[in-house]
Design a binder for this molecule. Structure first.
Ligand SMILES: *Cc1c(COP(=O)(O)O)cnc(C)c1O
Length: 514
């Protein structure tokens, strides 16, 4: 371990042996990871089968034994951080534990191997899962109808705004603008723009909430909808949500609720009851389906009756003979938004999670998520600046204001957290808070784990005062240290390239190149 690490190490899982990743350099001609039986048919070479389509530029491929390959990939996996290794306090992302029961159920043969073109009569189980999940989500959100098709939260936003547009168009005027508060997730304005709307920004008030007077001024007959995240991206519940809905509805505009933060509401209150007309859910946040490299997302869109005719097709329906089927005949549909029926494996996981928890369990989950965030808030507010004093829901946003006087920024402290065995919190987001440090513990973490995070952040705050350099140059314990983020983002090197002859790649040169 680096001598620069002065804190109390917890678990540094990273196996650091800088010489071990030179897999290409270990290659030697003819080495193989397999042995095949002798051919019992005449050999044919690829070129005679494929002719001009034979690939000519195969490039450099390493030749290795099986165990070298196994060790290479296993080693690579240990250079990553994962929710299965420790806490992932990444605000806004709801990185909760993915219960193993979900995985087990989704791997049941009859589900995992179901084919989307299987006849309806042989797909009753799969259709039943979609129907039951739909019913559960409708109940949880207080809405009237739902589509499971969208493949992510942002895709759900897109679908939801298409519904709003179809609704307004059917009423004679698609309208021009979507209102978006300044605390919104970046996907909201992107969605509005992709759907052909102008984005009109709404300023938040001092509590980080929608300013009703500003809203009143902004809503007119050109506004198609307000896209509102509730609780907001700063973890604050819009206490005037009913009034917000009324102001919009009075002008014929709709309330789109970005439901990515349902982890703070599930089982406690329902968007359908407080005035939302259409919303998306992130199954991969609230309902524990893996995300962030762990699996595809799923962003179902629930809506009120007035928007139901426009939902994407096909829709799961019950036929007269009692069997379930897929209905395609919906004349006002916005059309399909995704191939097949959505990410079916995620439906199974989310339903398993909902059924395993039950209504009481889901409510408890919400309470624990909010309790955990408020515990961290209470334990850390003497160390870090708290820009908004409204009560926190499931996440808490601090800023680096006190540490910047020593030149230590949110990104530095996030990177230093890695040295203490945690994933970083969300850095510099939401944009309304300069130097934001956004922490979302989720309900998955125990008090002991939260205390370890508090200890680590306490130590980092102390370091920022006494030894800012160590924070500014973090991380020190990872395989690669501080990267040039601009170059990494603008010119990512995503695959290994054969080094120029006679200069084999070394860890140092690799680090530089990366
Ligand atoms: C995560 C998130 C989204 C986007 O969801 P994706 O599944 O990543 O597309 C949108 N809005 C909010 C508030 C979010 O937290």
């Amino acid at each position: 371990m680096s001598e620069k690490f002065v804190g109390t190490p917890r678990k540094v899982s990273t196996h650091v042996n800088q010489n071990e990743d030179l897999i290409f350099e270990k290659s030697s001609p003819g080495k193989k990871a397999y042995r095949l039986a002798e051919l019992d048919v005449p050999a044919v070479d690829a070129a005679s089968l494929l002719g001009e389509h034979t690939r000519k530029d195969l490039g450099v491929m390493p030749e290795l034994s099986e165990i070298e390959i196994i060790r290479h990939f296993t080693r690579l996996s240990t250079w990553n951080y994962a929710i299965d290794l420790g806490m992932y306090p990444l605000g806004s992302c709801t990185m909760k534990y993915n219960p193993r029961i979900n995985e087990l159920v989704s791997r049941l043969e009859g589900l995992a191997e179901a084919h989307p073109y299987q006849p309806e009569s042989l797909s009753q189980g799969a259709l039943g899962i979609m129907k039951l999940l739909s019913e559960c989500l409708i109940e949880i959100t207080g809405m009237d109808a739902i589509t499971l098709q969208p493949a992510a939260g942002a895709h759900g936003e897109f679908t939801g705004i298409l519904l709003a547009k179809a609704f307004h168009t059917a009423n004679g005027n698609p309208r021009k603008k979507i209102l978006i508060p300044d605390s919104a997730h970046g996907t909201n304005p992107a969605t509005a723009a992709v759907c052909g709307y102008q984005v009109a920004n709404l300023k938040s008030n001092a509590k980080g909430m929608v300013d009703l007077a500003e809203l009143e001024k902004a809503v007119d007959e050109d506004v198609a909808a307000l896209m509102l995240t509730n609780p907001s991206t700063i973890g604050v519940f819009e206490s005037d949500i009913h009034k917000i809905a009324d102001i919009l509805h009075a002008k014929g505009a709709l309330l789109y609720m970005d439901g990515a933060n349902m982890n703070a509401l599930c089982g406690k209150t329902r968007p359908g009851d407080f005035g939302a007309d259409v919303m998306h859910l992130n199954l991969h946040k609230t309902f524990s389906t893996p995300h962030g490299g762990g699996g595809p997302g799923s962003g179902p869109v629930a809506c009120k009756k007035i928007l139901e005719p426009f939902l994407p097709t096909p829709v799961v329906v019950e036929r007269e003979n009692g069997l379930l089927g897929l209905e395609y005949n919906r004349p006002q549909t916005v059309g399909r938004v995704r191939a097949w029926y959505g990410n079916f494996g995620m439906f199974i996981r989310a339903l398993a999670y909902i059924l395993a928890n039950g209504p009481d369990g889901l409510r408890q989950t919400t309470e624990d998520a909010v309790l955990n965030a408020n515990y961290l808030r209470a334990k850390l507010k003497h160390l870090f600046d708290l820009p908004f004093d409204a009560p926190s829901m499931h996440e808490v946003v601090f800023s680096d204001k006190r540490q910047t006087k020593n030149g230590v920024k949110t990104g530095d402290m996030g990177k230093r957290l890695i040295d203490y065995g945690f994933h970083a919190y969300t850095v510099s987001f939401p944009l309304v808070v300069p130097g934001a440090m956004m922490i979302e513990p989720t309900e998955s973490e125990s008090k002991e784990e939260l205390d370890l995070l508090v200890d680590a952040l306490e130590q980092i705050a102390r370091e920022a005062d006494e030894n800012p350099e160590i924070v500014k140059t973090a991380p020190h314990t990872t395989r690669l240290q501080r990267l040039d983020e601009t170059t990494a983002a603008r010119k990512p090197v995503l695959r290994w390239k054969a080094p120029a002859a006679a200069t084999p790649l070394t860890p140092d040169s690799a680090a530089k190149e990366w």
